[in-house]
Design a protein around this ligand. Structure first.
Ligand SMILES: [Mg+2]
Length: 386
């Protein structure tokens, strides 16, 4: 019999982990112009206003997180996001151990109602910091990657249908295979005709879906889904107002196209509620809505259990920090059948030394620790705003 004093095997030894103490948190508002305006229901975007959060540990390591403003989605606007971090979240995080990130995410989640953007930027920055300290990637920290590359979704939002078709042809030549058409802007007859025209122009081998960003009435949505059968849309996203749960359930009963939820889905309880009502067959998950990386991973598991298709998306437009974060989530997700969209390529510039690139319509998981992109602080200073 082995003596009681036998040394522990390596497998049973506890890792020695000293605290990774958070010394400082900076909330940095930035403004970066878009290459061209993006038009969606009720919104015309020409400049992207984002919050960067820089978390510095006592050992000098730094982690970065990002969240875009989203006045019509989360209600987050830049001055409020900065105040939420500086006055509410940062004081609760300073001096804490970043390795206890689940506990810290729980504290942030309950410190403020809503404010998904600022919570997201803080949570993502702490996760990035912890990953760099542990020398593992975000996807390895959150369950491990099921895939190393993902098909990129491209957003179509030109004022004229001819421009959408021309842009689609150009992007197909670059390797894109998945497009999301922004609708809910013009009348539903014209928008249905446009969707059918795009389908005819691009053929059957390319995925096409549509996002109305809450811009349709029930009547508009009914006309659109009935007249777009030939467009073979993968789904129609958020046609109705975010709080029109009865309307979404009624539309789902008559629609030949599956429905995706976005603005309605700010938390897991609502995802479950809408799935049980039969209102949605998929969920658009954004870290800014759910309030962070941990919350998004949790929501992805719930979607998987409910049999919902998953669509992961950055808000238009986040830099490579947000893009890298969402790619890691996409590699961990149980399924991403309804697409993943990153948005850094809509910006005229980026704030990292190794920007995320889409190659042949695919995005590859960054291999470095944390989110895997290296922030250029000179670029951050260049685009800093008030
Ligand atoms: Mg959407």
């Amino acid at each position: 019999m082995a003596p009681d004093t036998a040394p522990q095997s390596l497998a049973t030894q506890r890792a020695e982990t000293k605290p990774l103490t958070i010394k400082r948190i900076d909330a940095i508002p930035i403004a970066i112009p878009l290459k061209k305006p993006v038009i969606m229901a009720g919104v015309r975007l020409e400049i992207s206003y984002n919050l960067l959060v820089r978390v510095e540990a006592a050992n000098g390591l730094v982690g970065w997180g990002e969240a875009s403003v989203a006045p019509t989605m989360t209600g987050d606007v830049l001055p409020g996001m900065v105040a939420a971090v500086n006055e509410h979240l940062a004081p609760l995080m300073i001096g804490k151990d970043a390795l206890k990130r689940a506990e810290l995410a729980h504290i942030c989640a309950h410190a403020l109602h809503h404010n998904g953007g600022p919570k997201c930027a803080v949570d993502a920055a702490i996760a990035d910091l912890a990953g760099r300290h542990l020398k593992v990637s975000l996807s390895d920290m959150y369950g491990g990657a099921l895939r190393d590359s993902i098909t990129a979704m491209y957003l179509l939002g030109n004022p004229k249908i001819e421009d959408d078709i021309a842009e689609t042809h150009k992007k197909i030549a670059e390797g894109y295979k998945f497009f999301k058409l922004k609708v809910g802007i013009k009348n539903p007859f014209d928008e249905a005709d446009a969707a059918v025209a795009i389908r005819r122009a691009i053929g059957r081998d390319v995925v096409l879906c549509a996002d109305a960003n809450m811009g349709m009435s029930f009547r508009d949505a009914r006309i659109f889904v009935e007249r777009t059968r030939e467009a073979d849309l993968l789904f129609l996203e958020q046609p109705l107002r975010d709080d029109d749960f009865d309307g979404m359930a009624e539309l789902a009963r008559i629609s030949p196209i599956p429905l995706n939820g976005d603005e309605s889905l700010g938390n897991v309880a609502t995802i479950i509620q809408m799935a049980r009502a039969g209102s949605i067959q998929g969920a658009n998950l954004k870290t800014i809505k759910l309030g962070g990386v941990s919350a998004t991973v949790h929501a992805m598991s719930v979607c998987g259990a409910l049999g919902l298709n998953i669509n992961l998306a950055c808000k238009v437009a986040e830099t490579s920090v947000g893009a890298a974060t969402i790619i890691h989530m996409g590699c961990v997700a149980p399924n991403v059948n309804w697409g993943v969209s990153i948005t850094n390529h809509y910006l005229v510039d980026d704030i990292v030394k190794n920007p995320i690139v889409i190659s042949n319509g695919m995005m590859t998981r960054p291999t470095g620790a944390g989110h895997g992109v290296e922030v250029d602080e000179a670029q951050v200073a260049r685009y800093k705003t008030k």
